[in-house]
Design a protein. Structure first.
Length: 355
């Protein structure tokens, strides 16, 4: 798959997809897990390729040409078409930053391929388009490939002096034997580095979430204690309400008695009025009767006023009782919500501790 002349210049991790050749619409996953996707540069042929290997199979083997375009279709997904392979490749990244880095590198490599084509048309001799990349281009280094500098020295020596053919052949043999192992080691290195970064980020996020949940749990506990005290106060008020209810019953009974008394007095007044129309045996008896009638009317007015006051007091007591019952209901509902949220937080902490 890889030529001994090729060197990796950039690598990343992504989920690889290929377009369905039947429908040309749906994506088909090329692997179950994320793979290492690398840019490779062949200094001899001035060719750039994107290569991804899954096990012993080449998932992506795409030669980049100036006519290719890498398109971002979402925040974490991009694609490009390869007419030579007669397919469309799609890559799903772990973050938008990884997608942007891959897209920028694609643009740089495409520009380098265009410059290489123009130079090859202008000058037949061998050129090195890798020198035309931008200042932040990642060139082959000993960290990525241990044989990189030796191979680069080989090509410089070949262009300068043709008398070291034996050394060149020996180095080519070493490169051909170690190229497959280098790619596997590189894939393993990027895989371990990516997993380590994910674990560190997850650990930091978990610690931050634990601290936040502890603070929220403390706040909920304090608020729950406050609500419990409020409920206790309302329950004590409810005890007073029971005594108030007894008073209300007494008031109601008194009202009924007053109504009966008023009714009896009204009947007595009517009877006195009817007797008033009769004959009076003496003037003194008449005046006494009139005075008694006035006293009864005054007593009647007083009883009516007491009745109105008793009715008003009963209405106020009923309104106060309804208000307290409504407040107790609201506090109980709020207590249920807080207790439910508290149980969810405890479950989340338990799951986090188990994980």
């Amino acid at each position: 798959l890889l030529s001994r002349r090729e060197q990796p210049i950039f690598s990343t991790r992504a989920h690889v997809f290929q377009i369905d050749p039947a429908t040309k619409r749906n994506w088909i996953p090329a692997s179950k897990h994320a793979l290492t996707v690398s840019y490779f540069y062949d200094a001899t042929r001035s060719v750039y390729r994107i290569i991804s290997v899954g096990g012993t199979k080449a998932i992506i083997n795409s030669t980049i040409t100036p006519n290719m375009t890498f398109t971002k279709t979402s925040q974490k997904f991009g694609q490009w078409a390869d007419s030579r392979a007669n397919t469309v490749y799609g890559l799903g990244f772990a973050s938008e930053q990884h997608l942007s880095q891959f897209a920028e590198k694609f643009q740089e490599v495409k520009e380098a391929a265009r410059l290489a084509r123009e130079k090859s048309q202008d000058k037949p001799e061998l050129t090195n388009p890798a020198l035309s990349l931008t200042s932040h281009q990642v060139l082959p280094s000993p960290i990525i490939s241990s044989n990189g500098p030796g191979e680069d020295k080989l090509f410089r020596s070949q262009s300068a002096d043709v008398e070291i053919t034996t050394e060149k052949e020996r180095l080519k043999k070493m490169l051909s034997e170690g190229s497959v192992s280098e790619v596997q080691w590189e894939a393993e290195f990027f895989s371990l580095q990516d997993n380590n970064n994910k674990l560190v980020a997850a650990l930091h996020e978990a610690n931050a979430n634990v601290d936040q949940w502890k603070k929220q749990l403390t706040a909920y506990q304090e608020e729950t204690e406050t609500l419990r005290q409020r409920v206790a106060e309302l329950e004590s008020q409810g005890t007073h309400d029971s005594s108030s209810e007894n008073n209300k019953e007494e008031l109601s009974q008194t009202l009924e008695e007053l109504e009966l008394l008023i009714k009896a007095k009204d009947e007595e007044i009517q009877m006195l009025k009817s007797q008033k129309c009769g004959r009076w045996e003496a003037e003194g008896e008449r005046e006494e009767t009139l005075q008694k009638l006035q006293e009864l009317e005054a007593r009647n007015a007083e009883l009516e006023q007491r009745l109105q006051l008793a009715e008003q007091s009963l209405a106020e007591s009923l309104a106060e009782r309804e208000k307290i019952q409504s407040e107790v209901t609201k506090v109980a509902e709020l207590m249920d919500v807080k207790i439910f949220e508290l149980s969810e937080i405890r479950q989340g902490l338990a799951k986090l501790v188990e994980s």
